[in-house]
Design a protein around this ligand. Sequence first.
Ligand code: IMP
Ligand code: MG
Length: 171
Amino acid sequence: MALKTLISEERIQTRIAEIGAQIDIDYPDGTLYLICILKGACFFLSDLARAVKRDAFIEFMGISSYGKGKTSSGEVKITKDLDISLEGAHVLIVEDIIDSGVTLSYLTALLKTRRPKSVRIATLLDKPERRIRQVDVAYVGFRIPDEFVVGYGLDFAEKYRNLRDVCVLEQ
Ligand code: IMP
Ligand code: MG
């Protein structure tokens, strides 16, 4: 399998700085939780959290909807839940990529039941062509074509997460 750079480290960092500045503008006072969806969003969360200048708390959640292959199992499972209350807080879900939308439509609905003040989504990557569930996304790093990508947190069977660029994985 061959790797081809799709989005360079430099472009990723420039875009994250813009999104961080936008978050500072958009959010009123009040508690803001950045919820990192493990494991894919780990680098996006760590860079985005530092691009935000207002107070923000970071929390982690584990969700799996994919097996070991490239296609969704369609099944969403919480593998690690939050251990804090979201009541009255602003919640920003930080995700690596939105593909079918199944994971995030499920997660958004779940977190809304916990009585936060707001729930929004920030995703590094978006593949809009693949959507089967509608999701409102407040912050998108890059819209990409329907190709399987790895790197900067994204994996194929747990491999390639530590690449600095987002790359297309070609057979
Ligand atoms: P969705 O529920 O189909 O939107 O799937 C979202 C999840 O699928 C993401 O959090 C990723 O873990 C995984 N995923 C979707 N597309 C890709 C890809 O191109 N590369 C790596 N993981 C992907
Ligand atoms: Mg993921």
